[in-house]
Design a protein around this ligand. Structure first.
Ligand SMILES: Cc1cc2nc3c(=O)[nH]c(=O)nc-3n(C[C@H](O)[C@H](O)[C@H](O)COP(=O)(O)O)c2cc1C
Length: 392
C-alpha cells in the first residue's frame, strides 16, 4: 500500500473516532469533551497547506511527538481529604492577576486558520482573562489586538537582523503599551518544516494567489514584509549570529520585562538570569525548531532547579490535559503555554472554540487539584509528582 493511502486511511480512522465529527447534527464547540477533540475538526476545516503549517514539526516530527510522550514520564502523587473544594487558579505576574496559569502562546499568521485571526483569540482571552502572547508575524497588528483584548498583549519578538530595525519594532511595541517582550531564540538558525512543505504539495490551490512571494514554512523573510508588524521594515529577521551581548543590548533598549523563549538547558537559564532577563520559557517551539528529541516537560526540572528561585520559569509544548498542566506546575513552572490547542479551537469555531479550549483545560485542572489536594496555583510543590515512579 502506498504511503499516501495508508496516511489517508489513518486520517479517516482519526476522524471517525472523533465524537464531534461522528455527531449526527452539526457539531458545536460545547460538544467537545477534550481539547483533543478540536484537532480533527481543525484538520477538516483547513486546506492541506494551512493544516500542514499548523501541525508540522521539523525533520521527522519526533520532537512534536516527544512533547506529548514525555508527559507519561511523570505521575501524580495524589493526596486525599485535603478539603480542597474551590482551588484558586489565579496567578500573579509582573503586577497583574490572571484567571489561570495557562496562557495562549504566540502562534503566527492566524488568518490562515480563521478570518477573525488573532482578534478572535484576543476576544476569547479577554472573556476568560487569559494572557495572550502575540507573534511578530501575526495577521493583525499589535494595536488592533490591544483593542480587541482590552489591554496590550505580551509581545513575542522575532528580532530583525539589524539594530535600527529592532529598535523601530521595539518602540512600536512599547507605544502600543506592551509590558512584556518575549524574544524567541530557538530558531535563529532556520528550520526544516518538512511536513508543512510536503502537505503544501498536496494542496490544489495556488499559493501565490494569497502569498505573492510564494509559501514560506521556514520563517524566511520575503513574506514578512507584507505582515502588519513589518511596516517600514525590511522583513529580514532572526540574526543567526546573535549571542548573549544581544540580550544586554535589548535589555538596555527597553523597560519592558524581557523573557527568553526557547531556553532548553540549565546552563542557558543561568546565563539568562546573569544577563538580567526577567523570565524564561522552556520551549522547543512546539517541536518546530530543531529535532532535539527532548520533550519540554523533561527539560523543565533542570531549568527550574537552575533559576526557578530567582525568576519565573514558563513552559510550553504538548500540553493537552489539565493533568499535564498539573505536572508542570508541580515541577515548578509558574504558568503553562498552549499553542496548537487554541488554534484548533479557532479554526473550528472562531472565538467560541478558543474559549471552550480554555474552559476545558481549566475544568480539568480544577478537578485534578481538588482530587489531589492542591489548594492554589501558588501552592504546587514537587511532592505532587513523580518521575518514572520516583520522587524528584
Ligand atoms: C502554527 C504555529 C505557529 C507558531 N508561531 C510562533 C511564532 O510566531 N513565534 C513563536 O515564538 N512561537 C510560535 N509557535 C510556537 C508556540 O508559541 C509554542 O511554543 C508551541 O506551539 C507550543 O506547543 P504546542 O503547540 O504543542 O502547544 C508557533 C506554533 C504553531 C503551532
Amino acid at each position: 500500500m502506498s504511503q499516501h493511502l495508508s496516511a489517508r486511511r489513518e486520517f479517516l480512522r482519526f476522524l471517525a473516532a472523533s465524537p464531534l465529527i461522528a455527531a449526527p447534527q452539526e457539531p458545536s464547540a460545547k460538544d467537545a469533551l477534550s481539547v483533543l477533540d478540536f484537532e480533527p475538526l481543525a484538520h477538516k476545516a483547513l486546506p492541506p497547506a494551512h493544516w500542514g503549517y499548523m501541525s508540522t514539526g521539523v525533520d521527522d516530527d519526533l520532537t512534536v511527538r516527544m512533547n506529548r510522550e514525555a508527559m507519561g514520564h511523570y505521575q501524580i502523587r495524589a493526596r486525599r481529604l485535603a478539603g480542597v473544594e474551590k482551588p484558586d487558579l489565579s496567578f500573579e505576574l509582573f503586577g497583574k492577576v490572571w484567571n489561570s496559569p495557562i496562557y495562549f502562546s504566540a502562534v503566527s499568521a492566524q488568518r490562515a486558520f480563521h478570518p477573525d485571526a488573532e482578534l478572535g483569540t484576543a476576544r476569547a482571552a479577554k472573556a476568560k482573562n487569559v494572557v495572550q502572547m502575540l507573534s511578530t508575524v501575526s495577521s493583525a497588528s499589535v494595536e488592533e489586538v490591544g483593542k480587541a483584548l482590552g489591554e496590550p498583549p505580551w509581545y513575542q519578538l522575532y528580532m530583525p537582523t539589524t539594530w535600527p530595525e529592532t529598535e523601530k519594532l521595539v518602540r512600536r511595541v512599547e507605544a502600543a503599551g506592551c509590558g512584556v517582550l518575549a524574544w524567541t531564540i530557538d530558531s535563529l538558525g532556520g528550520r526544516n518544516a518538512e511536513t508543512a512543505a510536503r502537505l503544501a504539495r498536496t494542496d490544489t490551490r495556488v499559493c501565490r494567489t494569497c502569498h505573492p512571494s510564494g509559501p514560506d514554512f521556514n520563517q524566511g523573510t520575503s513574506r514578512n514584509r507584507a505582515k502588519p508588524m513589518f511596516e517600514g521594515l525590511s522583513g529580514e529577521m532572526n540574526p543567526a549570529g546573535a549571542d548573549w551581548s544581544y540580550v544586554d543590548r535589548l535589555k538596555k533598549m527597553t523597560k519592558m520585562k524581557l523573557l527568553l523563549k526557547g531556553i532548553d538547558t540549565a546552563e542557558d537559564a543561568v546565563l539568562a538570569r546573569e544577563h538580567g532577563v526577567d523570565g524564561v520559557v522552556v520551549s522547543n517551539h512546539g517541536g518546530r525548531a530543531t529535532e532535539t528529541g527532548r520533550g519540554t516537560i523533561d527539560i523543565l526540572p533542570e531549568v527550574v532547579d537552575a533559576v526557578g528561585k530567582q525568576i519565573p520559569v514558563f513552559v510550553d509544548g504538548g500540553f493537552r490535559r489539565g493533568t499535564d498542566v498539573f505536572k508542570a506546575l508541580s515541577l515548578g513552572a509558574r504558568a503553562v503555554g498552549i499553542g496548537r490547542p487554541y488554534v484548533w479551537g479557532l479554526a473550528s469555531f472562531g472565538q467560541e472554540g478558543v474559549e471552550r479550549v480554555i474552559d476545558i483545560l481549566r475544568a480539568e485542572l480544577i478537578m485534578t487539584m481538588r482530587n489531589c489536594g492542591v489548594r492554589s496555583a501558588a501552592k504546587f510543590t514537587r511532592d505532587s509528582v513523580l518521575r518514572n515512579g520516583a520522587r524528584l
